[in-house]
Design a protein around this ligand. Structure first.
Ligand code: NAD
Length: 249
């Protein structure tokens, strides 16, 4: 069954990791899918890979600066013009940091907030305008387990994900009248480049401490996004869905 047949989706940071897995599962489920990367080269590489795996799939790449209101709006309108609308937005692009408080450099905190929070706001705003015009849609955000527990260094990252949860719950309340559902997925420890950047002994300790005794795979998160994007979740809005193997790390 194609859960997203005739839908159009936009995925930020769709070039690798969780975002690429979301793009793959959305395409497999019939969605026309726009991948927003940070650079032309990486967006084109991801597209090439997806087209090789799924010849004839309807995927397109864009590389706007997600922190620039005008570029974000232009991209959303381009997607809507090409495919007749934007039904699903996945705000997945994000960066993390583990800098101790006393070592933060000027601008480092602001940089993480710019992508993890401001860009989520800008993309949601631009997509919601199109969704309202067309009579509804779904906005999904990548949160994190750290939005529940915080983390002992790199305070910018959990602060940004607490903000993502706030945006999620508040936008769900504001946009329900426009038939727009808004939800977030809070991944635990997922095997992507973001986690590969951590010291190996730390990731081993993390995996061992998870009740399901393994790190998550990008597909575990992509399937949660698929469910929330689909009509199976038509009465779910304002939720932050933990997908973390019951971890509390
Ligand atoms: P990743 O580092 O593998 O990929 C991040 C994606 O964001 C890439 O596609 C990258 O191109 C994009 N990106 C980075 N900077 C960008 C910018 N300035 N403009 C546009 N795109 C940019 O990360 P991931 O692990 O796949 O994480 C995806 C999301 O899931 C993030 O929001 C992250 O915070 C969240 N998350 C990940 C984990 C995990 O364990 N991997 C856990 C919790 C939450």
């Amino acid at each position: 069954m194609e859960l997203l047949k005739d839908k159009t989706a936009v995925i930020t940071g769709g070039t690798r990791g969780i975002g690429l897995a979301v793009a793959r599962v959305f395409l497999q489920n019939g969605a026309k899918t726009a991948i927003l990367g940070s650079r032309k080269e990486t967006a084109e590489q991801a597209l090439e890979q997806l087209r090789r795996e799924m010849p004839g799939c309807q995927a397109q790449g864009y590389w706007p600066d997600l922190t620039c209101r005008e570029q974000v709006r232009q991209t959303m309108e381009q997607v809507a013009e090409r495919w007749g609308g934007v039904d699903i937005l996945v705000n997945n692009a994000g960066i993390s940091q583990r800098t101790p408080l006393y070592e933060y450099q000027p601008g480092e905190f602001e940089k993480i907030m710019a992508l993890n929070v401001n860009a989520v706001f800008l993309c949601a705003q631009a997509a919601a305008e199109i969704m309202r015009r067309q009579g509804g849609g779904v906005i999904l955000n990548a949160s994190s387990m750290v939005s529940l527990y915080g983390q002992p260094a790199g305070v910018g990252y959990p602060a940004s994900k607490f903000a993502v949860n706030g945006l999620t719950r508040s936008l769900a309340r504001e946009l329900g009248r426009d038939n727009i559902r808004v939800n977030a997925v809070a991944p635990g420890v997922i095997a992507t480049d973001m986690v590969a950047a951590l010291p190996q002994d730390m990731t081993e300790r993390l995996a061992a401490s998870i009740p399901l005794k393994r790190m998550g795979q990008p597909e575990d998160i992509a399937n949660a996004f698929l469910f929330l994007a689909s009509d199976l979740a038509s009465y779910i809005s304002g939720a932050v869905l933990s997908v973390d193997g019951a971890a509390m790390v």
